[in-house]
Design a protein around this ligand. Structure first.
Ligand code: HEC
Length: 159
């Protein structure tokens, strides 16, 4: 007859550990760029000098829509503040709120509302990711290298 010893604590612990790796349990950090998904807690993926495609897209969107006031790579200009410090303080929701609603500063300088700008609104998390990576010192002022865009199929294959 087969050994019918009940599950010992050791085996039980192993089973629990494996359980946490199953799909449905949110991973806090992605193992590779294929399984990476944006979240406010882990907004970008960075490995070997390359960022995920969304963060790279954020670089492009930033430089087409925000650069004119906030300067190259978020460094600021005479009109609008640098965003490096802001990005260490603002939550994702606060960031989205400012970009969507805009704001008029005490000195009457205006941060416009981007609520109807389709070059910004759909990519707001990409821009956030880019600026966070900048503020964290992960990427410099130059155009970052990128991993290829992840298709839904490629992502499904890793899940
Ligand atoms: C027309 C100029 C202009 C453009 C374009 C612009 N901003 Fe601003 N932005 C400002 C000004 C001016 C302020 C400061 C407002 C104040 O004093 O409260 C500001 C403030 C902000 C803040 C708040 C900073 C903080 O510390 O609270 C964020 C975040 C921000 N901008 C992000 C963006 C992003 C992202 C874009 C591009 C999608 C963008 N801005 C485009 C002028 C601009």
């Amino acid at each position: 007859m087969l050994n019918s010893k009940p599950l010992g604590p050791h085996l039980l612990a192993t089973t629990l550990l494996i359980g946490t790796a199953l799909p449905g349990f949110a991973a806090t950090a992605a193992d590779d760029y294929l399984s990476f998904k944006f979240s406010p807690e882990t907004p970008y993926y960075f490995e070997n000098g390359k960022v995920d495609f969304g963060t790279y897209n954020g670089f492009r969107r930033y430089h087409s829509e925000c650069h004119v006031c906030h300067g190259p790579a978020g460094l600021g200009s005479s009109y609008a503040p640098a965003l490096m410090k802001s990005m260490q303080v603002l939550t994702f929701n606060q960031f989205v709120d400012v970009v969507i609603h805009g704001r008029t500063g005490l000195d009457e300088r205006v941060m416009p509302s981007f609520a109807s700008n389709m070059n910004v609104l759909p990519y707001i998390s990409d821009i956030y990711a880019y600026l966070k990576a900048r503020a964290d010192g992960v990427i410099g002022t130059a155009r970052p290298d990128k991993f290829p865009k992840v298709t839904k199929n490629a992502q499904a294959a890793t899940n």
